[in-house]
Design a protein around this ligand. Structure first.
Ligand code: EZ4
Ligand code: CO
Length: 405
């Protein structure tokens, strides 16, 4: 007789930042965890799970992972979108976790087994001024990283995505009931970015992989110019040059530059990116396990991408919880066309609340051999950090016009 799901829980905890975790328990006493965190919209996805999904899971066979995915996707009628897909993603990862624990196997072995010995990671470095940025990137290399994302301040602006003027850690969401307001001027950024990144390349030499995130802030024409200007810097990728709701916009960028392009952290499904992939308009797809419907759906995205020589590079900021980050490391171990995994790192409290088998060592990530995803939740500790409203910033042009953050 097959096992059954007998209880569900949605746990919101804020060990420095908010996380939404789905916990499923089976009649045999097996517990599976899934991450449903949508930065700044945590309660919406928690309600979606508690009020609309949890009742449908009771009594289901947890080994029917694909059937449950299809049931929640097609059965909602209202398809896709970040809240729905994060909720489905949480169920999917929790079911894979249970499946692995039932069989006594780590997730990557259920996904076809390891295709590599270790998964390349990149992390972030930032500083407002260029000399300090060169030092920050060098410090990351000293920690073993072979790939580093570099973000910098812009003369004339007081705030820029990816940089805090004084803090050691960058965390975009701020506490409170309304978003912080930042300012943005693409002309000032475009005048400064090539110089700042060229200085970093000069400082670190040719071998270190350098990445940069433009965070959806340029027009296609500006993006094409920036890509051209950065060709001598030899970036590993230039990320989110322009909002990709208009997928055809990338054609103009692509036709004018050989700088590799990465897009997709806000994508929720294969339908958000299939033109980008089939048109070979990007080099790396950044969709994350949590925001793109779990392991099951991200795997389909990767299979499509593989046909078109587009590689996977999942989003891994601090707002992807250690649960879905762990699932991403397992997928990164087993999916042939994963190139690199973002690893922003976590506050020490997050490591304590979510004890995990995955590990970082010497520039690489390892999934560990614990059954399933191999990430636990210390509920007693989690309850000490209640939900704390926090929002991502909004950005305005210098004349006050709201623009993409
Ligand atoms: O802005 O995770 O590549 N990383 C990023 C992140 C995102 C945040 C949004 O929640 O762009 O910093
Ligand atoms: Co990004």
């Amino acid at each position: 007789m097959s096992d059954r799901i007998v209880s569900t829980d949605v746990i919101i905890t804020s060990p420095g930042r908010n996380y939404v975790t789905l916990k499923l328990t089976t009649a045999d006493g097996i517990v599976g965890y899934g991450d449903a965190t949508v930065n700044g919209r945590e309660l919406a996805v928690a309600s979606y799970l508690r009020d609309h999904v949890a009742p449908l899971l009771i009594g289901r066979d947890p080994s029917r992972i694909e059937d449950t995915w299809q049931y929640l996707y097609r059965g909602a009628y209202w398809r896709r979108g970040p809240i729905t897909m994060a909720a489905i993603g949480a169920v999917d990862v929790a079911l894979w976790d249970i499946h692995g624990k039932t069989l006594g196997a780590p997730l990557y072995k259920l996904l076809g087994g390891a295709v590599r010995d270790r998964l390349l990671a990149y992390t972030h470095a930032f500083a407002w001024e260029t000399p300090a940025l060169c030092e920050a990137v060098e410090a990351r290399r000293e920690q073993g990283f072979r790939a580093v994302r570099a973000q910098f301040g812009v003369p004339g602006l007081t705030t820029v995505y990816g940089v805090h003027k004084d803090a050691e850690q960058y965390e975009p969401a701020t506490r409170g009931v309304a978003p912080a307001e930042e300012e943005w001027d693409p002309a000032a950024y475009l005048r400064h970015a090539p110089t700042a990144l060229a200085a970093v390349r000069d400082h670190v030499g040719p071998e270190l992989e350098l990445l940069h995130d433009a965070h959806h802030r340029l027009t296609p024409q500006q993006a094409a110019r920036l890509g051209q200007a950065l060709e001598p810097v030899d970036l590993y990728w230039l990320e989110d040059v322009t909002p990709a709701e208009n997928q055809d916009a990338l054609r103009l960028v692509r036709e004018h530059t050989t700088t590799p392009l990465a897009i997709g952290e806000v994508f929720n499904s294969v339908y958000d990116l299939h033109h980008l992939v089939t048109g070979q308009l990007i080099d790396f797809v950044r969709a994350a396990v949590v925001h793109a419907g779990g392991v099951s759906h991200l795997r389909k995205i990767l299979h499509l991408a593989e046909v078109y020589q587009v590689r996977g590079a999942p989003h891994g900021p601090s707002d992807v919880s250690p649960v879905s980050f762990g699932a991403s490391v397992h997928l990164g171990m087993a999916a042939h066309n994963i190139a690199i995994q973002e690893y922003m790192g976590y506050d020490e409290r997050v490591h304590e609340v979510f004890p995990h088998a995955w590990s970082y060592r010497d520039g690489h990530l390892y999934p560990g051999d614990a059954p399933g995803v191999g990430v636990d939740l210390d509920e007693r500790l989690a309850s000490k950090y209640p939900y704390d409203p926090a929002y991502l910033p909004v950005a305005r042009r210098l004349d006050g016009t709201l623009t993409d953050w």
